[in-house]
Write a protein that binds this ligand. Structure first.
Ligand SMILES: [Zn+2]
Length: 374
C-alpha cells in the first residue's frame, strides 16, 4: 500500500476511535462492559455480588460490606495508569493496521518507549495463541536484523545476535542426551562448527529429513477437544486455572484432555499443575520425509517473504530480540478473521498480566512461530 494511502486509512480509523472513546473514562467503561459479560465479581469479604460504581472508574464498592476492589486486578490492564493508549493500539491492530511506535506516539501523545512496551505486550498476548503451526529457524529472517537491542554486543552488527543465540543453543544441545533424533542433530551441530552456523546445520538436518523441524500439527489420533486444549499451550507454562478460563470446559473434561495430551507426548505437566507444549520440533518422527516436499515448503517460503516485505515497508528493520513479537503482530494484521471484530481486545482482557520487566528481558528463541492467514 502506498504510504499516503496507508496514512489516509490510519487517520480514518483513528477518527472513529476518537469518536467512540474520547476520554479515559470511556475506555474504562469499555473494559468494564467486557468484564461484566464475562463473570460477575464476587466480594471476597462477604460473598455478595452487588457493587456500586461510578462511570469510568475502576474501583467497585461492595454494597454490603463496602469493601473496594478494582475490576482490572489480575488482568493485563491492572497496573496501567491510562488505558486509552492501550485501547487505541488494540483498535488500530483490530482494524488490520501496522503502526510504528513513532507514529503511534505522535497520534496518541505518549512517549515512544511507552508505545513500544504497549505494542510488545499486545504481541505477547497474540503470541500465546500461536502454537499449532510451524516452527522456523529465526535465522531465516536475519536480513531484517538491523536495529540494535540490549542483546547486541558493543561494536558488533545487530545481526551478530543471531550468531550468539545459535552458538548458545549448539552448546546446550551438545550436552543433552535424548534419543536418536537429537543425537543426529548433535552430530549436525558438531559438523557445523567447521562450516558455519547452526542455521546451516539445522537446515541441512531438515533437508535430509523434511518435516523434522515442524511441530506435528496433527498429533495423530487426538480428539478435537484435545486439539483445542493443545492449541492453548505454548513453550511458556500455563496454569490449569488459566486453561479452565480460556477453554470454559468442565474440570473433568479438561483434565481428561490434558491426560490424553500427556500420554500422546504433546504436553508436559510441570509441578503445581502448569502445562507446556512439548517441543517436538527437534525430536519429531520425520514422517514428513515421505511426502518428498522441499523444506521450507513453498507456502512457508512465501509466508516468510511476505513477512519480510511487510516489516521492511512498515518498520524498515527490527532487532532480532523482538522478532517473535513482530511475527505475532503480523499474524494479527493478515488474519482478519481470527483477530478482527473485537477479538484482539477480548484476548487482551483474558490475558494474564505481563510486566514491562518481562518484555525487556524477552529474547526471541532460536525457533520462531509464524502463523499464516486463516
Ligand atoms: Zn462485601
Amino acid at each position: 500500500m502506498a504510504k499516503s494511502l496507508k496514512d489516509d486509512v490510519l487517520v480514518r480509523i483513528w477518527v472513529q476511535f476518537e469518536k467512540l472513546y474520547p476520554t479515559e473514562e470511556d475506555c474504562i467503561e469499555e473494559l468494564y462492559n467486557i468484564s461484566k459479560s464475562e463473570r460477575r465479581l464476587q466480594c471476597k469479604k462477604c460473598g455478595m455480588r452487588s457493587y456500586q460504581r461510578t462511570y469510568g472508574e475502576r474501583v467497585l464498592t461492595c454494597v454490603v460490606c463496602r469493601r473496594q476492589v478494582s475490576f482490572t486486578t489480575g488482568t493485563l490492564f491492572e497496573r496501567v495508569r491510562r488505558t486509552r493508549p492501550w485501547l487505541a493500539a488494540i483498535w488500530l491492530m483490530d482494524h488490520g493496521l501496522l503502526v510504528s511506535s513513532s507514529r503511534f506516539h505522535q497520534l496518541v501523545g505518549i512517549a515512544q518507549s511507552t508505545a513500544l512496551i504497549i505494542f510488545r505486550k499486545i504481541a505477547a498476548v497474540i503470541a500465546v495463541h500461536m502454537n499449532v503451526d510451524e516452527s522456523l529457524p529465526s535465522g531465516l529472517f536475519s536480513v531484517l536484523f538491523s536495529k540494535r537491542s540490549r542483546e547486541t554486543p558493543a561494536n558488533a552488527h545487530p545481526r551478530s545476535e543471531q550468531d550468539i543465540i545459535e552458538q548458545q543453543c549448539a552448546e546446550s544441545l551438545s550436552v543433552r542426551q535424548e534419543g536418536a533424533d537429537v543425537r543426529s542433530v548433535q552430530q549436525g551441530l558438531r559438523d557445523s562448527q567447521d562450516t558455519g552456523t547452526l542455521k546451516a546445520s539445522l537446515m541441512a538436518t531438515v533437508e535430509a529429513s523434511p518435516g523434522k523441524l515442524m511441530i506435528d500439527s496433527d498429533f495423530g489420533g487426538l480428539q478435537p477437544v484435545e486439539l483445542r486444549v493443545l492449541s492453548y499451550l505454548s513453550a511458556s507454562p500455563l496454569h490449569v486455572d488459566s486453561l479452565l478460563e480460556m477453554s470454559q470446559m468442565p474440570v473433568g473434561e479438561l483434565s481428561a484432555a490434558l491426560t490424553m495430551l500427556e500420554l500422546a507426548e504433546a504436553a508436559v505437566r510441570r509441578p503445581g499443575d502448569w502445562y507446556v507444549l512439548r517441543r517436538r520440533a527437534l525430536v519429531g518422527t520425520g514422517d514428513g520425509s515421505s511426502k518428498g516436499e522441499s523444506y521450507p515448503s513453498k507456502e512457508v517460503r512465501r509466508g516468510v517473504e511476505a513477512f519480510i516485505e511487510t516489516v521492511r515497508d512498515n518498520f524498515h528493520g527490527i532487532s532480532r530480540k523482538y522478532l517473535q513479537s513482530y511475527l505475532a503482530t503480523y499474524w494479527c494484521q493478515v488474519d482478519r478473521v481470527r483477530w478482527g471484530g473485537g477479538r484482539l481486545l477480548n484476548a487482551c482482557w483474558q490475558a494474564l498480566p505481563v510486566s514491562s520487566a518481562q518484555i525487556v528481558a524477552y529474547v526471541t528463541p532460536l525457533l520462531v512461530k509464524l502463523v499464516f492467514a486463516g
